[in-house]
Design a protein around this ligand. Structure first.
Ligand code: F6P
Length: 358
């Protein structure tokens, strides 16, 4: 038996750890594992792949990025604009099937986020034996309580806030940290709480400048002459729209980014306080996975191979809050898991007096 593994969408810490876990588990069953190079495109002729034998796996647990390469644009793009679904052409799916046959692959493990797993679902509907593993720093996939990559991204963002804290305090400044996360505020709210941000702005709660400036003034009055603000790239003012980078490209999801600069400029104008911006960007996606992500990736990878063994295709490995389980791919895509407003983090941040901008 020979299986394939493909990594799609934006990279994140832990992809290599999943590749390792899948190939190791498969090796134990005396199966061969083929790594598809450059995302799903690697399945098209002339196929690009590499054998993931025992020797190929050394050092992968801790290595950032993906040794297989990945793509979040091109033929296999299932999302456009602000998350609209695109149906892949039938000919493309037929070519993919042929590519798998040519490689002798009888099942495919697709490691990806919302976009790549939407592709996986379309392939499943077309009869391709496929299982998914939920990857994304954004943590926005429905049907799993956590995706791998999130913990590592939050660790990076928290470290950035810790560093900004000391310089903000030394200069009596407002520091704005723009974080990734697309339309979900998970990274900003987790890192904001862990890094002691005074204001946290997330897409789920449209913000008002009056509220942010009042929080800054309040701190001034109590003798705190600096303020730390964590803002999601997808945050927007009440009645306003997302800030995006560049124009809309065909068959590509809009790139969010730039709201931090808008907010920093407006705060400086309204409060007269010196305000600086930092956009953390792809640092959140680079480097070695945290121990939490290494463990999650290992469990996810092993479970993906179990699903194949049991012939349970069209499913995604998922964490149900207690242990690793699986759900139909269709349940994981199509709706994003955003930060719930009536419980957990939002409730706790409000109790602590952190300003959420509303
Ligand atoms: O989905 C992961 C993510 O890092 C988002 O948080 C961010 O909006 C986007 O990908 C950036 O993508 P790109 O790699 O195209 O800059």
């Amino acid at each position: 038996m020979k299986i394939g593994i493909v990594t799609g969408g934006g990279d994140c810490p832990g992809l290599n750890a999943v590749i390792r876990a899948v190939a190791k588990t498969a090796n134990k069953r005396s199966w061969e594992t083929i790594g598809i190079l450059g995302g799903y495109d690697g399945l098209l002729p002339p196929q690009h792949y590499r054998l993931l034998d025992y020797n190929a796996l050394a050092g992968l647990l801790v290595r950032g990025g993906t040794i297989l390469g990945t793509a979040n644009r091109g033929h296999f793009s299932a999302k456009t604009g602000h998350g609209e679904v695109r149906q892949l052409p039938k000919e493309l799916i037929d070519e993919t099937k042929k590519g798998m046959e040519a490689l002798g692959i009888s099942a495919l493990v697709a490691v990806g986020g919302d976009g790549s797993l939407t592709i996986a679902q379309q392939m499943h509907e077309a009869g391709i034996p496929i299982v998914g593993v939920p990857k994304t720093i954004d943590n926005d996939l429905a049907a799993t309580t956590v995706t791998f990559g999130f913990d590592s991204a939050v660790a990076c963002a928290t470290d950035a806030l810790d560093r900004l804290h000391t310089t903000a305090e030394s200069h009596n400044r407002v520091m704005v940290l723009e974080l990734m996360g697309r339309y979900a505020g998970w990274i900003a709210i987790y890192a904001g709480v862990a890094g002691g941000a005074d204001v946290i702005l997330i897409p789920e709660i449209p913000f008002r400048y009056e509220s942010i400036c009042a929080a800054i003034q309040e701190r001034e009055k109590s003798g705190k002459h600096f303020t730390l603000i964590a803002i999601s790239e997808g945050a927007k003012p009440a009645g306003g729209d997302f800030v995006t980078v560049g124009g809309q490209q065909e068959n590509r999801e809009s790139r969010l980014g730039g709201i931090g600069a808008v907010v920093a400029a407006e705060i400086e104008k309204r409060t007269g306080k010196e305000t600086r911006l930092m956009v953390l960007g792809h640092l959140q996606r680079g480097g070695s996975p945290t121990f939490m992500d290494r463990v999650l990736c290992t469990l996810f990878g092993a479970k993906a191979v179990e699903l194949i063994t049991e012939g349970r295709f069209g499913r995604m490995v998922a964490h149900n809050g207690q242990f690793v389980d699986s759900v139909p791919l269709s349940e994981a895509i199509g709706r994003l898991r955003t930060v719930p407003l009536d419980a957990g983090f939002v409730h706790a941040t409000r109790s602590l007096g952190i300003c959420l901008g509303d």
